[in-house]
Design a protein around this ligand. Structure first.
Ligand code: SF4
Ligand code: SF4
Length: 96
């Protein structure tokens, strides 16, 4: 059983098709002017939840919704470079 699943509130969906256009896995279609999910290949990337103008798309299992950009954010280039430089991730895979 999948832990996360894309859910579309059809009462909010206006059938604009933006979610289907941005989905990298082609996991959303518009049928009868409503978005429907074809979840077999869903990557749980969240693109569809980010672009929906009606906030009709969500992913189950997460407590965060769509985040709005409230101000113009500028990152300091030297800090971005340090974040990249100081990242140390070592993963050991079991091979299973
Ligand atoms: S982006 Fe939102 S409103 Fe538009 S089709 Fe998809 S779910 Fe419906
Ligand atoms: S989460 Fe990503 S892959 Fe899954 S339906 Fe939405 S846009 Fe497509």
């Amino acid at each position: 059983m999948k832990q996360h699943q894309v859910e579309i509130d059809t009462s909010k969906c206006i059938g604009c098709g933006i979610c289907a256009r941005v989905c990298p896995a082609h996991s959303i279609e518009i049928k009868d002017k409503k978005a429907v999910t074809l979840l077999d290949d869903c990557l749980i990337c969240g693109q569809c939840t980010a672009v929906c103008p009606m906030r009709a798309v969500s992913i189950s299992g997460y407590d965060t919704g769509q985040n709005e950009k409230k101000e113009d954010l500028r990152l300091k280039p030297e800090e971005v470079l340090d974040v990249i430089r100081f990242r140390r991730s070592i993963r050991q895979c079991s091979g299973k």
